[in-house]
Design a binder for this molecule. Structure first.
Ligand code: NAD
Length: 358
């Protein structure tokens, strides 16, 4: 029996989660779900969007699967998703981007894996509001230490990138490459402009690459990388990126494989693992039983592999592949037009997958 922390999330999270749980249970792998709500509604009820009980549950069970959680823009509570990754030191965000036959894509073949650093960079949450004491102090220090003037009406976000943080994510990418018979790792940065943060990430990438002579290594500047991913994505295999670029390129890559409805992910640290789709809570579709559960279902497949349940993982993955290839029981985002009347519902997709695996 696997005891797993289950965070349904908010927005469309609960309906997607329900579909995924039904599929995971249909594999016959025994699960006991430790359901822990977090997010907007919990904030209203408990005063925190991420109460300690959620973190304690993950610490106890070591493995969690979660639906998306809304983050207020520009105000309100800090992102639950980011806090979870930082507090549990889930430093590796692993996002496979594979084209399944039958998905509506501009390309035929693609099989990329993105390794996004999950704890540092502009996501560190070290920010000072315009006019605050912190902002003023930093403006003063910068003026004293360099000839640079920061305008007094500036808000400030700090971008820390460390040797420790960079080394472990780059190593995770190379270890994955080795273990999974991959050929190449590409380190992505803007070292020409941010010499001491992205430059450090690149230097560390080069150092780590020397320990893996069997895997090809190259680097790309982020802007060029985006252009190349759109023009010739087949040239790439594993990408390793600092946090912010990893976030943006993940959505770009999701677009290449048929949309966010198909892009799974895992946040993995030394002790704990939290599985979740790349997409957010898509709140405008909340309660409509409409959005695609496949991204979270594929995250569930990653969880099964993580637990060592390879047979069940392959079974669900094959069922998803066959569902996509048939193109019948798929949600609106995978149909020729979004208003296609034959589109399946969120729960309908789960029913169709369960019919294939049982
Ligand atoms: P989003 O990913 O929720 O949605 C963007 C668009 O992508 C949607 O309008 C929809 O058209 C499409 N989409 C997303 N998921 C889909 C699915 N499963 N099936 C079909 N179509 C899908 O991004 P957003 O609108 O920028 O963010 C909404 C909220 O989610 C924000 O509060 C954001 O902070 C949060 N968010 C959470 C996570 C997370 O929980 N890890 C990740 C990203 C964003």
């Amino acid at each position: 029996m696997y005891k797993i922390t289950l965070i349904p999330g908010d927005g469309t999270g609960p309906e997607i989660t329900e579909a995924v749980v039904r599929v995971l249970e249909a594999t016959g792998v025994p699960f006991e779900w430790d359901v822990q709500n977090a997010g907007e509604d919990v904030y209203k009820e408990e005063g925190s969007p991420l109460p300690d009980r959620v973190l304690e549950s993950i610490k106890k069970n070591k493995v969690a699967i979660k639906g998306p959680i809304t983050t207020p823009v520009g105000k309100g509570f800090r992102s639950v998703n980011v806090t979870l990754r930082q507090t549990l030191d889930l430093y590796s965000c692993v996002r496979p981007c594979k084209i399944y036959k039958g998905a509506r894509t501009k390309y035929k073949d693609l099989d990329l894996v993105i390794f996004r650093e999950n704890t540092e960079d502009l996501y560190a949450g070290i920010e000072y509001e315009k006019g605050s004491d912190g902002a003023k102090a930093i403006i003063d220090v910068v003026q004293k230490m360099s000839d640079r003037v920061i305008r007094p009406d500036s808000g400030i976000s700090i971008k820390p990138i460390s040797v420790f943080g960079s080394e472990r994510i780059v190593r995770a990418a190379f270890d994955y490459a080795r273990k999974n018979g991959r050929r190449k790792v590409t380190s992505v940065h803007k070292a020409n402009i941010m010499k001491f943060s992205d430059g450090l990430f690149l230097d560390v990438s080069r150092d780590v690459a020397r320990d893996y002579p069997d895997i090809e290594f190259e680097d790309r500047i982020i802007d060029n990388m985006c252009m190349q991913l759109v023009q010739k994505p087949e040239l790439y295999d594993i990408l390793v990126l600092p946090n912010l670029y990893g976030d943006i390129v993940s959505d770009l890559a999701a677009g290449l494989i048929g949309g966010l409805g198909l892009a799974p992910g895992a946040n993995i640290g030394g002790e704990y693992a939290v599985f979740e789709a790349t997409h957010g809570s898509a709140p405008k579709y909340k309660g409509l039983n409409k959005v695609n559960p496949l991204a979270m279902m594929l995250s569930g497949v990653m969880m099964l592999r993580h637990l060592g349940e390879k047979e069940a993982a392959v079974k669900v993955d094959n069922a998803i592949a066959s569902l996509i290839e048939e193109g019948k029981d798929v949600t609106y985002d995978m149909k020729p037009t979004p208003d296609d009347p034959t589109a399946a519902t969120t729960s309908g997709v789960a029913d169709a997958i369960i019919a294939k695996i049982t």
